[in-house]
Design a protein around this ligand. Structure first.
Ligand code: 9WN
Length: 452
């Protein structure tokens, strides 16, 4: 810890960083939510809003609740929380693929607002719990009472309709649902999706106008992304019979770790809203057990996604494999090997570390330090792994990681992602969750508490 008891070191820098983070969030605030980035992502994104709410709780708690409640107003009748809620005030073409591509208004059970039909990792119950813990009040308890049934419905959707493999894990139907869209983990299942890069001539990609094309997914990747959405959309975004007709079906360790963490968080929230925490604890235990049984590979000592179309684990050792560490009930043998994986040359966690975790194995032949999710460092996955280290008695490593994260943003600013070696800021220069999670780290005291 620094002299003033925070991870950031002496006080002046903490104040400067806090001001930068608050200014970034303020600039991205849009009537009832925070955009991830004004240029690249000008609408509301699901897991971004969860991370951002954690940051708002430190400075303007009422915004944390507005952020989460505006997102959940767009929840579908089946319980899914859409990965994008479109802002109707923005011009057509502000983001690709936009509302006209998703056509949510044609789907049964979609809300009045235009949304995508996909989901993202369910980090929201954890965010609600952390926002409440940070700033408890009558207003916060009232917001929890309103959100609780919606959070439960979100979990029910994932545990039932998305239990495609039948083993108690949620299946993601698109790389965008994982949040780590372009991860090498998706290369093999994606390669099996028939597509032709030429179809992209019919569309206008918005991302490459605002970020370096060499950092972004290729046109062939996008052709496949579009083909998977088209397949899901043509089936009315229904989840029945997906194995027979859908081209991408994967059980992801981070997504399911988020679902397990959500049940742990709901077990904390339940007594505050007059509900029984028992069923949440039971469901959390079942998710952890299924994760270990289905996605833990004893030969690598880490978690790997399972491709339901081949039935096999995907061999790429990405940062996704470290995510189950956030589960407090992860058994000790698995927690130990995952910490060892985090501390290996692949990811480099240490008491003193020059740079935060990369998104992919540094030693892999396909590690790309500049391309989206294929090497660069992101604040949200680093924050996630840090929570896991704290929860499993490795406050020493959690502190090393936190220092490297704060140091990175102190030098480069609130970028979307960072070069894993030089620390240069990449992508959007004013990114919501980077600012929000920086606020969370800066608020840490000498003895940070585990998140759940
Ligand atoms: C597609 C908003 C989102 C994040 C994702 C990140 C990126 C979108 C894109 O931006 O995804 O959803 O256009 O690439 O991969 O994690 O939620 O910040």
């Amino acid at each position: 810890m620094g002299d003033n008891g925070t991870v950031a070191g002496p006080g002046g820098d903490v104040e400067r960083l806090r001001r930068l983070a608050v200014a970034t969030l303020e600039a991205n605030w849009e009537h009832d939510h925070t955009v991830p980035s004004r240029t690249l992502y000008p609408h509301q994104w699901s897991w971004d809003s969860a991370f951002i709410a954690i940051g708002w709780a430190h400075v303007r708690p009422e915004r944390a609740w507005r952020e989460l409640e505006s997102l959940f107003r767009a929840q579908w009748a089946d319980g899914r929380v859409p990965h994008i809620v479109f802002n109707p005030r923005l011009p057509v073409g502000a983001y690709f693929p936009g509302p006209e591509f998703w056509a949510s208004e044609r789907a049964e059970g979609a809300p009045a607002a235009a949304t995508s039909g996909l989901v993202q990792p369910p980090v929201h119950a954890l965010a609600a719990w952390l926002a409440y813990r940070r700033a408890p009040s009558n207003a916060a308890r009232a917001a929890l009472r309103r959100l609780y049934p919606r959070l439960v419905a979100q979990q029910r959707y994932l545990a039932t309709r998305r239990n495609v493999g039948g083993a108690g894990l949620a299946c993601v139907v698109h790389p965008w649902e994982s949040g780590l869209d372009n991860s090498p983990a998706w290369d093999a299942p994606l390669a099996a999706v028939p597509a032709d890069a030429a179809v992209m001539r019919a569309y206008h990609r918005h991302d490459t106008a605002h970020a370096a094309p060499a950092h972004r997914p290729t046109d062939l990747d996008y052709a496949r992304y579009v083909a998977i959405v088209a397949s899901y959309r043509e089936g009315g975004y229904r989840d029945e019979d997906l194995p027979g007709r859908h081209p991408f079906l994967v059980e992801c360790p981070l997504f399911n770790a988020a679902a397990g963490a959500a049940e742990h968080a709901l077990a904390r929230i339940a007594p505050l809203v007059g509900a029984d925490p028992g069923p949440h604890r039971d469901r959390a235990a079942r998710i952890t057990e299924a994760l270990v049984r289905r996605l833990y590979d004893p030969s690598t000592g880490t978690f790997q996604p399972r491709d339901l179309r081949t039935g096999r684990l995907i061999p790429a050792r990405t940062v996704l494999g470290l995510a189950p560490l956030i589960l407090p009930d992860l058994p000790t043998p698995q927690a130990r090997t995952v910490v060892a994986e985090a501390c290996s040359a692949r990811f480099g966690v240490a008491l003193r570390m020059a740079r935060p975790l990369p998104s992919h194995d540094r030693t892999a032949a396909d590690f790309e330090p500049l391309r989206y999710w294929r090497g660069p460092s992101w604040m949200n996955v680093n924050w996630w792994v840090r929570c896991g280290l704290l929860g499993h008695g490795r406050a020493d490593l959690a502190e090393g990681l936190a220092r490297s994260m704060v140091g990175l943003v102190a030098t480069a600013g609130c970028h979307e992602y960072f070069h894993p070696d030089t620390g240069a800021g990449l992508g959007s220069p004013a990114f919501g969750w980077t600012a929000a999670l920086l606020l969370d780290l800066l608020a840490e005291t000498r003895e940070p508490a585990p998140v759940i």
